[in-house]
Design a protein around this ligand. Structure first.
Ligand code: NOJ
Ligand code: CA
Length: 699
């Protein structure tokens, strides 16, 4: 017996003191896991012999003050690996390889008999790890007070960051050293609703892009955010240590957990080549496979919309009237005087449907079709909108027939102004109404503070809500494009009907002068790491003063707007400008008409966060390629190597380029279009204007 106990003791000690290693399939990455002297779980990460993450602690504080992050012993360590290819329903590639090595560590807090497992997956492009809370005798339910996961960096890296905020990610992106964040963060924190942001903390959001002085690109985010609050990162700028900052509810709790569940994956993508960050599928690979058997109803979509006219300052309104006394369900709109500027009226929507049909679009988004917009900016009432009652001048049946006859879908709009309880009550009816009337996609919106008031946009309760909407939508074969929702974490693999999200500053901010020239050179490295963005590019008339009151100017050239269809990946792409502007520049518009929205393959040709991106993609099932190149405020020459083309074949390339005299401030609409014969040996050199671009179609 004594010998047996001694053996157990030695086994435990050896586990405590020895470090366990896991290597990536190609050996470039090494993960080390260990328990330090106090039984605190910790990990570190190396890439090609360089430290990416120094020894960093893991775990939680739970209930009022129980440490679920120390006094552990290791009870088992198991290894596994995978090398599989799967086909996404839509995506940047038709096939994705999931090749990783896995280590599962089982930990026990012996005195309290609490068990915690940590699962590590190491890919050639990075690390994912998650906490697993197994079903156990002495722990059934608990509340997370704090997650104590650290990401200890090796130095004062360059960071591309937005401030933490429990309710929004619609910030300009700041580029600075970590040590400069503290001095800059107050300039970019949100004023009006600042009370809902973690203002006392020095904290930033994920996906976070970092670059070290010795040339490592590091991206920190999370994958498969389900039934858990979203994670921001506290910044300790003395020790360059980032740590998990979970979104609380207003009781200060950071997650209500029932054992038998898992946390989202914490992800660290790393390379010495920025292009690998954009090419990474690590976050998708860490999400569960598609949960639907039939996906035939999920279709990548190119659309136009009754939308930009609400932002130009041209007078069009979402609301039907100026009446402030409307009560949804009680007011008879046919007795209300219209304001005369209502955008979503039948005749006007028909014009959009005509334009969509003439130009090969799939769909028309119509905002402002439903009762309730008179109260849109109140943010105080619970019952603001009906999602089944159209305004009297929007003829649902007639428009449905008109659109169907022309092969066009109408995209439904559900702005909730975050009256979420009221939305959930109407959800089944709303989706049935859509299905009955031939709608197959909805754009949802969560502007303003959440009702119930105790919840934040990025807290566990709302995280569950967004997924609930996607699941109920799937029952009705409806695709979802959510705006103002929590930023994505690759869930579109499991729920591919959640086809796109906003969750960052999109084109709408251009109408308030909100996006800097480098914005779209950073977004693919940050926001888009979690999934496609409904960025809504394609604005040709960038000087909005032509419409009257709005003095805003877009921060890009016209050609850069074209290039965004390729550099900003999304299976849902809008041509956001007014049809009249596309008619004026019909030759440039041809690129938007041609460009694909679903791909067999993607080739990241050039990339540096904050500076430039050049990407080529092969259209799904077609011998057509599209290339987009963009630059920040600096003009540059893109080097476009076409060696991805099949060998020994000739193709015609149509090159949409900034004019010689183009620049985003004074001459954004100067462009040239030329064609040339190209082969896989062609290497194009192409000048991009300041905040300019290049767009190429190859057939
Ligand atoms: C904000 C969304 O991002 C925008 O696209 C929409 O038009 C407005 N909310 C109104 O719902
Ligand atoms: Ca928005």
């Amino acid at each position: 017996m004594r010998k047996f106990l001694f053996t157990i003791f030695c086994l435990l000690i050896s586990h405590v003191l020895s470090a366990e290693e896991l290597k990536s399939p190609n050996g470039d990455l090494i993960l080390t896991f260990q328990l330090n002297n106090n039984g605190v779980p910790a990990y570190s990460l190396q890439y090609k012999g360089k430290t990416v993450i120094e020894t960093s602690t893991m775990g939680f504080m739970i209930n009022s003050s129980i440490s679920f992050n120390e006094h552990f012993v290791i009870t088992s360590i198991k290894f596994d690996h995978s090398n599989e290819i799967w086909q996404p329903v839509w995506g940047q590639q038709k096939e994705i390889r999931d090749k990783h090595n896995e280590m599962i560590v089982t930990l026990n807090q012996t005195s309290a008999n609490r068990q915690l497992n940590i699962r590590f997956r190491l890919f050639n492009d990075g690390l994912g790890f998650r906490y697993e809370f197994p079903i156990q005798k002495d722990l059934r339910h608990f509340t997370i007070k704090e997650e104590t996961t650290e990401f200890k960096l090796t130095g004062d890296h360059k960071a591309f960051w937005i401030p933490a905020d429990y309710d929004t990610n619609e910030f300009p992106i700041t580029t600075s050293k970590i040590s400069d964040i503290a001095g800059l963060i107050d300039n970019v924190r949100r004023e009006p609703l600042a009370a809902t942001s973690p203002s006392s903390n020095l904290a930033i959001q994920t996906p976070l892009m970092l670059k070290s002085k010795d040339g490592l690109y590091i991206n920190i985010h999370e994958a498969a955010l389900i039934d858990f609050p979203a994670m921001s990162l506290n910044v300790d700028d003395k020790n360059f240590c980032l740590s998990a900052h979970l979104t609380p509810d207003k009781n200060g709790n950071k997650g209500y957990i029932q054992t038998g569940s898992v946390s989202p994956w914490r992800t660290i993508i790393v390379s010495d080549d920025a292009r690998d960050i954009l090419a990474s599928n690590l976050i998708l690979n860490l999400n569960a496979p598609c949960s639907f058997d039939d996906t035939s109803w999920i279709k990548p979509t190119k659309y136009i919309g009754v939308w930009w006219e609400y932002f130009t300052g041209g007078g069009s309104t979402w609301a039907y009237s100026n009446n402030q006394d409307i009560i949804i369900g009680k007011t008879d709109y046919s007795k209300i005087e219209p304001n005369g500027h209502h955008g979503a009226n039948t005749a006007h929507v028909k014009e959009y449907i005509d334009f969509a049909a003439q130009n090969g679009f799939d769909a028309v988004l119509v905002e402002g079709w439903n009762e309730g917009w008179e109260d849109n900016s109140a943010y105080v009432k619970e019952n603001v909108y009906s999602f089944t009652k159209a305004y009297p001048d929007f003829d649902v049946k007639q428009l449905q027939q008109y659109a169907a006859a022309k092969g066009i879908k109408i995209i439904m709009h559900h702005e909730t102004t975050s009256s979420v309880i009221s939305y959930e009550r109407q959800l089944e009816d709303a989706f049935r109404f859509m299905a009955d009337n031939g709608y197959s996609a909805v754009k949802t919106g969560y502007v303003g503070p959440i009702i119930p008031r105790s919840e934040y946009h990025d807290g566990q309760w709302m995280v569950n809500h967004y997924l609930y909407v996607a699941r109920v939508a799937a029952k009705h074969k409806i695709m979802v494009d959510s705006h103002e929702a929590v930023r994505p974490t690759g869930l579109c693999r499991t729920y591919p009907n959640w086809i796109a999200q906003e969750s960052a500053r999109g084109t709408e901010f251009e109408s308030f002068n909100g996006n800097a020239p480098d914005h779209t050179t950073i977004l693919p490295f940050t926001r888009l790491m979690g999934g496609p963005m409904d960025y809504t590019p394609g604005i040709f008339q960038g000087d909005l003063s032509v419409y009257g009151s709005n003095k805003a100017k877009l921060s890009t050239t016209l050609v850069k707007q074209l290039a965004l269809y390729v550099t900003m990946y999304s299976p849902l792409q809008m041509a956001a400008d007014l049809p009249e502007n596309y008619k004026r520049f019909s030759d440039a518009f041809q690129f938007i008409k041609d460009v694909a929205v679903d791909w067999d393959n993607t080739y990241v040709l050039e990339a540096e966060p904050g500076d430039y991106i050049t990407i080529a993609r092969k259209a799904k099932g077609k011998n057509e390629w599209y290339i987009g190149g963009i630059t920040d405020e600096n003009a540059r020459e893109a080097l476009i190597d076409l060696s991805f083309l099949p060998k020994d074949k000739k193709y015609t390339a149509t090159i949409y380029a900034d004019g010689k005299d183009a620049d985003w401030k004074n001459n954004p609409q100067s462009y040239t279009i030329r064609t040339m014969v190209v082969t896989s040996r062609t290497k194009l050199k192409q000048k991009l204007a300041t905040s300019g671009g290049v767009a190429i179609s190859i057939k």
